[in-house]
Design a protein around this ligand. Structure first.
Ligand SMILES: *Cc1c(COP(=O)(O)O)cnc(C)c1O
Length: 219
C-alpha cells in the first residue's frame, strides 16, 4: 500500500471527529510531500532541528506540531511557526514559550503532557501537577499561551487492557479539567500506530500516527 491509500484507510477508520497528526519524523521531505499531495496538512515532528528544516523545505500551509520533548533553550526556534506544542511538562517551559510567543506576536497553542504509563522514561506531569498548573495564577497571567488540552502516551505493551486503562484514566482527568477550563480546552491527544484504535474508543480527539502511514522507521 502507498502513503495515499494508507491515509485514506486511516481517515475511514477514525472518522471526522478525530484529528490525524501524520508523524513524519526521520522521513525525508519528499516522502512527507507524498502525504501532503494526498491531502494531509497536519504533520508532527519530535525534534526541533528536524521540524525547522522541514518547515523551511515544505509548503507553508502545513500545520506543524511538535510532539516530542521540548527543551527551554530551543523554544525560540519553533516559536515563529509551530501550530501546537504537545509535550509541555513544566511551568518553566511555559514561561519560556510565553516569552517567545510574545516576541513573535503569537498566541501559542499548547497541550500539557500527562504521564500515564508505567515506564520511567516517558516525560510528563502527573495528574496533581497538571491540575495545579492549570489552576495557577501564573498561567492565567501568560497572555501568549493557550492551553488547548492534554497529551498522553500509554505504556508500550501488548497488554491491551493496560493500555485501555491508561487512556481511560487520562480521559477522566481531561473531562474533570474541562469543567473549569476555558471553552477551547478541547484537545485530547492520545494514540499512536499501535494503539490509536483503543485511544479513540477511550475518547481521543487527536491521534499521532507515524509508521502506519510512512512505514517502519530505521532505528
Ligand atoms: C514517534 C511518535 C509517535 C508516532 O509513533 P508511531 O508508532 O510511528 O505511530 C507518536 N507520538 C510521539 C510522541 C512520537 O514520538
Amino acid at each position: 500500500m502507498n502513503i495515499a491509500s494508507r491515509l485514506e484507510k486511516l481517515k475511514n477508520e477514525t472518522g471526522k471527529n478525530v484529528t490525524l497528526v501524520a508523524v513524519s519524523k526521520t522521513k525525508p521531505a519528499n516522502v512527507v510531500l507524498q502525504a501532503y499531495e494526498a491531502g494531509q496538512r497536519i504533520f508532527g515532528e519530535n525534534k526541533v532541528q528536524e521540524l525547522c528544516d522541514k518547515y523551511e523545505q515544505l509548503p507553508k500551509d502545513i500545520e506543524w506540531h511538535l510532539i516530542g520533548h521540548l527543551q527551554t533553550n530551543k523554544v525560540k526556534y519553533v516559536a515563529p511557526f509551530v501550530a501546537l506544542i504537545h509535550a509541555v511538562d513544566s511551568m518553566k517551559l511555559l514561561k519560556e514559550i510565553n516569552k517567545e510567543a510574545a516576541k513573535n506576536n503569537r498566541v501559542q497553542e499548547c497541550l500539557l503532557q500527562v504521564f500515564i504509563a508505567t515506564e520511567e522514561t516517558k516525560f510528563g506531569l502527573d495528574f496533581s501537577e497538571a491540575e495545579f498548573l492549570l489552576a495557577s495564577k501564573e498561567l492565567t497571567d501568560m497572555p501568549n499561551i493557550r492551553i488547548r488540552g492534554l497529551m498522553g502516551m500509554a505504556t508500550f505493551t501488548d497488554d491491551e487492557e493496560q493500555v485501555r486503562r491508561e487512556f481511560r484514566s487520562l480521559k477522566i482527568f481531561f473531562d474533570k479539567m474541562k469543567t473549569t477550563a476555558s471553552q477551547d480546552f478541547n484537545i485530547l491527544s492520545m494514540g499512536m500506530s499501535g494503539d490509536y484504535k483503543i485511544a479513540i474508543e477511550e475518547g481521543s480527539s487527536m491521534i499521532r500516527v507515524g509508521s502506519s502511514i510512512f512505514g517502519e522507521r530505521q532505528a
